[in-house]
Design a protein around this ligand. Structure first.
Ligand code: FMN
Length: 256
């Protein structure tokens, strides 16, 4: 059997076969739950976002589903902070944060589903052309609905294109969304069963970006073809406890 065919096992469900039943989960062992998201340092530069209450240009969900396409050609026009705020809310926005059963941390109920409401992602942005926000790498705080400035990258457009294995529409986009998975958020409860579920979770997040962008007359495309090392290095992620699983550039598209 080819080595990579072994990956197929990860695509299957192991919940009934109890493949991992010989070992208790950290949750069952009483280990403290991991934090819902990375804590924003006291001295961080925080950029507030407008309320995500923008009125979509296309408010009809059926029309958004019908007209959704993967769009790779963007104009030079900037995206507004209202549009960005809406897309962040649509992809990872928190509707409710409640104490977990047995007082084991916080559970967040968001605009997207997630197995066991574990929501194992951080959202990072490479901002290139958003009105009123400096270029740079940012992290979205879902709990506070704001952006945390992280750092600047020189020649970021070239580096983004290179990290996306030559897909230049990624480097040239006004903004690129990155979803980084923190596997322990799922593993804490579901051990080895969590990995498949976390990848399924990512699909819902990106689909909401597609539909939110479509409703604003913006365009996006899901990207799974990228260099793991280059993308993680660009965002300064350790590649072990946190690494990118999916990304998507967003831009304004020609209408008509
Ligand atoms: C998981 C996934 C990964 C994808 N990766 C890429 C990619 O790396 N580059 C790209 O140009 N399109 C990528 N796409 C977009 C597909 O090519 C696109 O969805 C497909 O051609 C169907 O077109 P449509 O989305 O316009 O219906 C990806 C889509 C998905 C769902």
């Amino acid at each position: 059997m080819k080595e990579w065919k072994k990956n197929r096992e990860m695509m299957k469900s192991h919940f009934d076969s109890r493949t991992f039943a010989d070992e208790e989960s950290d949750q069952n062992m009483g280990v403290e739950p991991p934090a819902v998201e990375i804590k924003t340092p006291e001295d961080a530069q925080v950029i507030p976002l407008p309320e995500p209450g923008i009125t979509p240009v296309k408010s009809d969900i059926s029309r958004c589903i019908l007209e959704r396409r993967s769009r790779r050609k963007y104009t030079d026009e900037a995206i507004s902070t209202g549009e960005l705020s809406y897309m962040l809310w649509a992809t990872q926005g928190i509707k409710k944060a409640i104490p977990a059963y047995g007082n084991t941390g916080t559970v967040t109920i968001r605009t997207v589903p997630s197995a066991g409401a574990r929501h194992p992602f951080e959202t990072y942005l490479a901002i290139n052309n958003v009105t009123g926000i400096e270029q740079g790498i940012y992290r979205y705080s879902s709990l506070n609905h704001n952006l945390v400035f992280l750092f600047n990258v020189t020649e970021v457009q070239n580096k983004l294109t290179e990290a996306a294995v030559g897909q230049s529409f990624v480097g040239n986009a006004p903004v690129v969304f990155f979803w980084a998975c923190k596997p322990y958020l799922g593993e804490w409860r579901y051990k080895g069963e969590s990995h498949k579920a976390m990848l399924l979770d990512a699909g819902h997040v990106c689909q909401n970006l597609y539909l939110a962008a479509e409703s604003l007359n913006l365009g996006t495309v899901a990207i799974a073809a990228y260099s793991q090392e280059k993308v993680d290095n660009l965002l300064k992620l350790d590649g072990k406890d946190e690494f990118v699983v999916y990304l998507a550039p967003v831009g304004r598209v020609e209408i008509g």
